[in-house]
Design a protein. Structure first.
Length: 302
């Protein structure tokens, strides 16, 4: 690992993440970088560019597309991928539904978020990826906190939190049997605040929905959801225009907004510093059961 002598806090996190990304390139034959266009995957992309500069990033990007994404995010995703010059693979949840491998959820709380698991595992098998790099962080959610940098998945893509491999002295064990793969989390030790401060330091661009804007929303179970063609409005729900922003980006059917006037990264950092809830506190999919995220991860969710 790069020495942390005289490095700032962000410098240490950057050096650690770059070390992990380079270890992936060294240990695996066919890795892929999960890229959604959100702030964490933007940060991973930037770190990967630094890791291999002046050469290009030596692996493809993969986006598991629910078909219910925020348009601003997809537009930003395509713009950045073109700028970086990498190959983007889009795995479509709609295609998985059309093939009959999963069924569309019904009812007012229907979401495609959980259906991503099957689509992701199919993409990994189809393209023979042996490692998938993602931007998940341990501070996001209690199930995320159980992950290691190198997270082993069995031949069915499943995760066993009780069977994690030791990671001592920055030594990562990427050994696997045929059909198995790893999920890699270079941002494990980062926080939401770290990501925003790093983006400010590196002058990284982000999708506009991370900042204050007018949007039609409805309140459901205490969460502000963006009104869209993908959400059935109940009789007791009112769609109204509010000044909001999003702390995290996911499927439109389950990703909540917060009322906010933060219109710059500096103002977002001030807001995050005083926040009393996690960024995933506004995700309806995490509220389905107390262990919703862990259950999905055991099945192969990222």
């Amino acid at each position: 690992m790069i020495s942390s002598y005289n490095l700032s806090h962000l410098g240490e996190l950057e050096a650690e993440a770059i070390y992990v990304i380079r270890e992936v390139a060294a240990q695996f034959e066919n890795p892929v970088l999960m890229f959604s266009g959100g702030k964490d995957s933007i940060t991973i992309c930037h770190l990967a560019r630094k890791a291999f500069h002046p050469a290009k990033i030596p692996f493809s990007f993969l986006h598991v597309d629910t078909g219910h994404n925020f348009p601003e995010t997809i537009e930003f995703r395509d713009k950045l991928v073109k700028e970086v010059g990498v190959h983007l693979i889009i795995a479509s949840v709609q295609d998985t539904i059309d093939s009959g491998k999963v069924s569309e959820e019904k009812g007012p709380n229907a979401s495609r978020n959980a259906l991503q698991t099957t689509t992701l595992l199919e993409a990994i098998e189809k393209h023979k990826f042996d490692a998938a790099i993602g931007g998940a962080r341990r501070d996001e959610e209690k199930a995320r906190a159980k992950e290691r940098f190198f997270s082993h998945r069995d031949e069915f893509g499943q995760w066993d939190p009780k069977n994690q491999r030791a990671e001592l002295w920055s030594l990562f064990n990427g050994r696997k049997n045929a059909g198995e793969h790893f999920r890699i989390f270079p941002l494990s030790n980062w926080t939401e605040m770290d990501v925003w401060q790093y983006m400010l330091q590196e002058k990284l661009d982000t999708p506009s929905i991370y900042f204050s804007h007018k949007r039609k929303v409805l309140k459901r179970n205490g969460i502000l959801l963006a009104a869209s063609e993908f959400i059935a409005v109940r009789d007791n729900e009112i769609v109204e225009e509010k000044i909001v922003r999003f702390r995290t980006i996911g499927d439109m059917t389950c990703t909540g907004a917060i009322e906010s006037s933060a219109s710059s990264i500096e103002e977002v950092i001030e807001e995050v510093a005083s926040a009393r809830s996690t960024e995933r506190g506004g995700r309806l999919d995490d509220q389905r059961t107390e262990a919703a995220m862990e259950d999905r991860k055991k099945e192969g969710y990222f």
